[in-house]
Design a protein around this ligand. Structure first.
Ligand code: AHR
Length: 622
């Protein structure tokens, strides 16, 4: 492998090349990155009519002690459903309540992770016909049982109207499978609505589950595409993500049923929170909006203007002046400064649908005229022939088997160097080569990414998909990060992305590879200043997709003598005993990069690249 390492030669890689794509799929947000512990907090999961669906809320007590139903008496106009608890038993008389009380509990998303010493803020809205004596508790499954509780009391007059109550619970033990419950032993009728339980220690207090946030931030993503995917489209337009329903006070958000991935979300992680997430990650937001096309229905171009206005309003919400109509709502939510929204994508995977092109042009021209600097991304693939419509970038998605993914390292070699650039916003090896996240899949993706890095004169952005999966709701395999209520690990595909975390904004060096195994070996080289120690490095990445070890001589041309330092130079290898090996909660780092110090550095390096491996050599420059 010859690397032209002279400083004069090389090509800048786009500052934005590597980022992430967050979709509300697999409970990535609700029950995932968004730290809210209560599921279906407004009791609307069955829709706005009653009886609605209270799942996963569960009744504590039997028919002779409590009647639980939904009605439409909420104080919130956009989500009228409330929970009505008619308590039939009492602390005295002939129908005595059980000692533990009657009421309801919410197990969250397959159990709440409650940890000793940590604080949880519980907020709920309550109304009552009688004096209130309501105990709010966090209950574990283990022998410890009651982890924390607080009792809310008051006269009937205090609670005859909807009243917001807030209590801070401090856990006295840890249980990863806990629940939040409301119980009473007092006869009367109580209504509950908009119940939230949030851990206090979320990232910057912004509501993101800290360890999941950190796994994202370790990737140093330069952009975040959100909130989907198919989630943006919906099976039917009525179930598509509509940003206006996800902003403002959380209590007033109606929530919606995502009918592609088949679950309810309370939309606590809404448009504002996505923009905040981008800002917290230091990543540029890329907002994908619905352009009037779902999987099964479409809005005719002649009547699409209200949706165009909705998109314009969304841009104003993100970056308008705090005195503007929608900018003022953002300011009221605590962010008077504009968010740095520079990119929007018109729809997801909709090119070819009957109304797409017509609708796209309406959005394109309206946005271009109102916000000339915003980069507009089309769903139509321009990698093999020029687009027939104006766009700043085009979306490219690929899900395929391992061999095909590896061979797609060359997919952009012949792409026109003149047209709009590619946004490879979804790629992954899927199917039996991938299982739920194999080394084989990751190596094929590594080869593909090396090809993209080399073609980064025509590729502006790249992101893997999907990002997250809650192991209790695998709607899509594989995914980059797997978690449950308290654990998380990266699949090999996650670790591959880490090898590219210094590539955005780096300089691509010319390389040429002469090898007997060149069909199964691919390499690239960059020079960069480390974001960690601010020192300058050359990073050479090599994928050996074949089944035999490869002896490689790496020749660094154009370097001044002694310009590399041995101490501080490393080799990092991702491999495993079996190419189908995967990580798991019990073995989270079975397939993970292993770093070692190099034994020698110089203008020529003789190295052995293990079979089925991904290796990077980081050579520290003087
Ligand atoms: O990443 C999973 C899905 O794959 C996305 O929602 C969609 O865009 C693609 O088909």
């Amino acid at each position: 492998l010859v690397v032209d390492a002279s400083n004069a030669i090389g090509r800048p890689i786009p500052e934005t090349l590597f980022g992430i794509f967050f979709e509300e799929i697999n409970h990535a947000g609700a029950g995932g990155l968004w730290a809210e512990l209560v599921s279906n907090r407004g009791f609307e999961a069955g829709g706005p009519n009653t009886p609605s669906n209270i799942d996963p809320w569960t009744i504590i007590g039997n028919e002779s002690s409590i009647i639980v139903e939904t009605d439409r008496t909420s104080c919130f106009d956009r989500n009228k459903v409330a929970l009505r608890l008619e308590v039939l038993c009492d602390s005295e008389g002939d129908n005595i309540c059980p000692a533990e009380g009657v009421g309801v509990y919410n197990p969250g998303f397959w159990g709440m992770n409650i940890e000793q010493g940590k604080k949880y803020k519980v907020i709920f809205y309550v109304r009552s016909t009688e004096s209130l004596n309501l105990t709010v508790s966090l209950i574990g499954q283990s022998s410890v049982g009651n982890l924390a509780s607080s009792t809310i009391t008051g006269n009937a007059a205090d609670f005859s109207n909807w009243t917001k109550k807030e209590t801070l619970l401090v856990a006295k033990a840890t249980d990863h499978n806990s629940r939040l419950q409301f119980t009473t032993t007092t006869k009367g009728v109580i209504w509950l609505d908009q119940v939230s339980a949030m851990p206090l220690d979320t990232y910057k207090g912004h509501g993101f589950r800290t360890e999941l946030f950190e796994m994202l931030s370790d990737l140093k993503p330069k952009f975040i595409r959100f909130p989907g995917g198919c989630f943006v489209e919906g099976e039917w337009l009525r179930n598509a993500f509509r940003w206006k329903a996800t902003v403002g006070p959380w209590e007033e958000r109606p929530g919606h049923f995502g009918d592609v991935w088949m679950y309810w979300t309370d939309d606590g992680l809404g448009y504002f929170e996505f923009l905040q997430l981008a800002e917290d990650l230091g990543a540029l937001p890329i907002w994908v909006f619905n352009n009037g096309v779902s999987h099964n229905d479409e809005v005719d171009t002649s009547v699409v203007l209200p949706l165009v206005q909705e998109a314009l309003d969304g841009i104003e919400f993100a970056r308008g002046d705090p005195t503007s109509k929608w900018g003022s709502l953002r300011a009221a939510m605590g962010h008077p400064e504009p968010f740095d929204l520079r990119y929007v994508a018109v729809g997801n995977e909709d090119c070819g649908k009957p109304k797409y092109q017509g609708n796209y042009l309406k959005f394109y021209h309206a946005i271009r005229s109102a916000y000339p600097d915003i980069q507009i991304i089309s769903n139509c693939d321009g990698s093999s022939r020029p687009l027939d419509h104006p766009a700043d970038m085009y979306d490219y998605h690929v899900y395929t088997n391992a061999n095909d993914m590896f061979s797609r390292a060359n997919a952009f070699d012949r792409t026109s160097r003149n047209g709009p650039k590619a946004f490879v916003s979804e790629y992954a090896v899927t199917g039996k080569d991938a299982g739920t996240g194999s080394l084989l899949a990751a190596l094929a993706e590594a080869g593909f990414l090396i090809g993209l890095e080399k073609n980064s004169d025509v590729i502006e952005m790249v992101s893997y998909a999907p990002l997250f999966v809650n192991a209790n709701d695998r709607r899509w395999n594989p995914d980059a990060i797997v978690f449950n209520s308290f654990q998380a690990y990266g699949t090999p595909s996650y670790w591959v992305q880490l090898f590219f975390s210094e590539s955005s904004g780096a300089t691509l060096l010319n390389t040429s590879l002469q090898s007997n195994s060149s069909n199964s070996v691919i390499a690239s080289a960059i020079t960069f200043q480390s974001s960690v120690d601010k020192k300058n490095y050359i990073r050479i990445k090599v994928v050996n997709f074949g089944t035999s070890a490869v002896n490689l001589k790496i020749s660094l041309e154009g370097l001044e003598p002694d310009s590399l330092q041995l101490s501080g130079s490393t080799r990092t290898v991702l491999t495993s005993g079996n190419v189908m090996d995967e990580n798991s909660f019990s073995q989270p780092r079975k397939v993970a990069p292993i770093q070692s110090r190099l034994q020698n550095v110089g203008k020529d390096l003789n190295v052995t690249i293990p079979p089925r491996s991904f290796t990077s050599f980081d050579l520290l420059k003087e």
